[in-house]
Design a protein around this ligand. Structure first.
Ligand code: NI
Length: 243
């Protein structure tokens, strides 16, 4: 009888320990999920560093449109036309590969007062690369951009939001994530992209879009029209984060 009780007690203890271990692992997973989905948080913190968050000097509610993966010979200039008509400044996170193919579009982006940022050379997931690849992807893209614009860029949007803080100081790059992702790349329904954005937007938001689709261009300009009516001012991420 005594032996049996002892086993029972061990079994209860084991189950208790397993339970605690499970809870602990579960919490850790939750935390890392929150961290990886925490673009919003990162951007909030970045925004809060400026005072007051998301307010322009003129008191308007600031918001930033960002366009990744370009420039694109079919759509980027249509987008630039529309932004110009509306007096809007945006941020273009370009890949080194596309920038070197379409330098004249990069030049136009710069001349019209938009901000140009780095989106790696080959659109790679940086955290999957080794240190040398990581540096090369960023440095080579910076060189292409500087070769065209004569200016350095300090802003990077890491593809997939995957970034390693370790290289920030060494490369003197400031990662810019996003707080609104209308997933424009997976829908050609411009109205749906507009609704997804306009229903969520708050001052200080950074909106992630891609200038590789007609629907994204249509949606971006419609978003501008609607939000300008609500008193929003479109600025570059630099103005938004450092104002
Ligand atoms: Ni991208």
């Amino acid at each position: 009888m005594k032996v049996r009780k002892w086993w029972k007690r061990m079994l209860v203890l084991d189950l208790l320990l397993a339970g605690l271990l499970f809870l602990h692992t579960y919490q850790e997973q939750e935390e890392s999920l929150q961290a990886s989905a925490g673009y919003d948080q990162v951007n909030r913190e970045q925004t809060e560093a400026g005072t007051p968050a998301g307010k322009s000097r003129s008191g308007g509610k600031m918001v930033a449109l960002t366009f990744d993966d370009g420039p694109d010979p079919r759509y980027t200039e249509k987008l630039l036309d529309g932004l110009k008509e509306r007096g809007v400044k945006a941020t273009f996170f370009v890949t080194g590969a596309n920038a070197s193919k379409y330098p004249e579009i990069i030049k136009r982006i710069q001349e019209e007062g938009h901000l140009i940022g780095n989106h790696t050379y080959h659109h790679i997931q940086l955290t999957a690369a080794n240190g040398e690849q990581f540096r090369n992807e960023i440095i080579s893209t910076n060189e292409v951009i500087r070769g065209i614009t004569g200016e350095d860029t300090e802003y990077i949007r890491p593809p997939y939001g995957s970034w390693n803080k370790k290289y920030e100081e060494e490369l003197n790059m400031f990662p810019v994530l996003w707080s609104i992702d209308p997933r424009d790349w997976c829908s050609d329904d411009a109205d749906c992209i507009v609704r997804n954005t306009v229903s969520k937007v708050k001052e200080g938001d950074i909106i992630l879009m891609h200038d590789q689709y007609q629907s994204s261009v249509t949606a971006a300009l419609e978003i501008v029209d609607r939000l300008q009516k609500e008193g929003y001012i479109f600025v570059t991420v630099e103005e938004l984060l450092l104002d």
